[in-house]
Design a protein around this ligand. Structure first.
Ligand SMILES: [Zn+2]
Length: 427
């Protein structure tokens, strides 16, 4: 037996487990029984064990912007936040528009040996929106979805072709829904707050018009569209009206918790795309998660170095980090405050993203791949720049006091994170 975890609160919405017990792992798989001895024993007294968290939307910046994040620092941030699997967006430099870059990311992340890293390939060559990338080659090289994230696929004909082609592999086409002709030069959500502060706005209709188009293109082609970082109430209404199993969506922790009112302090760590919207949008998004209409919470972890963020709001880059705060902010602000159940939270962070992205994780049962996250739900911590494993510190939650400390991450039956220490693979 490789690992025996005893006295642990096993919690898995998919298999319906919610009880204190023992979990055994051998050769990377969950095995039955109580077992006498194991090479590693963990006493889980007072701790919860969940299926390993899965993020379907992160930016690791390597290759190209290693001063913001690398595959190694991003992997550390992931496991520190409880994530055992992360899908990384292809807006690197060079972008993941060819097998070489996809393979580099797979190999580098295996060398790092912390979380699992799955590349997302571009929809178009060079992310230029003009010509489809070699999707079948990217798929064969390990890409689990396609996206030009950071930019919207403006040309509806290209989006149609991508959706048609993606049916060959049954993977989602992830759009970044933003009509740039409506959001152009905007700094924050367009409304009374932006008017008061004198910033050019990004109207919610810049998102919802593209959401409508992509839903209709999915219906027409029968391809799977996944809507990234939904932020606007009107987008949620459209999803509700047209929902089927080929239309899926995600929301970020920051859009679920923060509104544009907070930008009155001109903190550029609250600047991202799509922008923080109104309290009404926040409430609609929370309800959509609670009701299962939006299936996934994804971090949109977008690290930037200080010189791109620690400057005037209007000059600062768009994007915030999220991997290390996601679980704890959602647990503290939504579960502890009774807005959603722990069941819903674990589902939107594990089995739902795994299912939609065709990843074989998200469930604790006999024979399942041994990817787990072990959390102390009673411990507190304060979000501060010096606690991050990420190379970047641009979190909108700096200064917040949170409940929920990740104690262990286990990937493929191997402990990769334990009480604050990273355990890299032995060579
Ligand atoms: Zn995006």
């Amino acid at each position: 037996m490789d690992i025996k975890i005893k006295n642990i609160h096993l919690f898995d919405p998919l298999s319906g487990i919610d009880e204190v017990g023992t979990l055994l792992v051998d050769k990377g798989k969950v095995v039955k029984g109580t077992g006498s001895s194991a090479r590693k024993e963990i006493d889980g007294e007072g701790l919860y064990l969940f299926p390993g968290l899965v993020d379907v939307h992160s930016h690791f910046r390597e290759p190209g912007a290693e001063d913001a994040e690398t595959i190694e620092s991003g992997s550390k941030a992931a496991v520190k936040g409880g994530y055992t699997s992360v899908c990384v967006m292809p807006n690197t430099n060079p972008p993941i528009d060819n097998e070489g870059v996809a393979r580099f990311i797979k190999e580098k992340s295996e060398e790092v040996g912390l979380c699992r890293v799955f590349p997302i390939g571009t929809i178009t060559k060079e992310r230029e929106g003009k010509e489809l990338s070699e999707m079948s080659h990217l798929y064969q090289a390990g890409c689990v979805a396609f996206s030009d994230d950071g930019d919207c696929v403006r040309n509806s004909g290209i989006m149609r072709n991508a959706l048609e082609y993606s049916k060959l592999f049954d993977v989602p086409i992830i759009d970044h829904p933003e009509d740039i002709s409506l959001s152009n030069k905007g700094q924050m959500h367009e409304g009374s707050v932006s008017a008061g502060l004198g910033f050019k706005g990004i109207p919610d209709v810049s998102e919802s018009t593209v959401v409508a188009r992509d839903i209709l293109l999915s219906k027409f082609t029968r391809g799977r569209v996944h809507l990234a970082h939904v932020s606007a109430a009107d987008s949620v209404k459209l999803i509700k009206q047209w929902k089927n199993d080929r239309v899926t969506s995600e929301v970020t922790p920051h859009h679920l918790l923060l509104s544009d009112e907070l930008i009155k302090d001109f903190d550029s760590n609250k600047k991202m795309k799509p922008p923080l919207r109104t309290m009404y949008d926040v409430e609609v998004l929370q309800r959509a998660i609670k009701d299962g209409l939006i299936e996934i919470v994804a971090t949109d972890h977008a690290p930037h170095p200080d010189y791109k963020k620690d400057i005037e709001f209007s000059e600062a880059a768009f994007g915030v980090t999220g991997l290390e705060t996601s679980f704890a902010v959602l647990y503290t602000e939504l579960v502890k405050k009774g807005k959603i159940s722990l069941n819903v939270l674990i589902k939107v962070l594990t089995s739902s993203p795994a299912r939609i992205f065709n990843l074989p994780f998200g469930e604790i049962k006999e024979g399942a791949i041994a990817d787990f996250t072990i959390v102390d739900l009673k411990s507190n911590w304060k979000v501060a720049a010096d606690v991050f494993a990420s190379k970047s510190k641009n979190s909108p939650f700096l200064g917040w006091k949170l409940e929920g400390v990740v104690k262990y991450c286990i990937v493929d039956g191997r402990t990769v994170f334990e009480n604050g220490d990273f355990k890299k693979k032995k060579k």
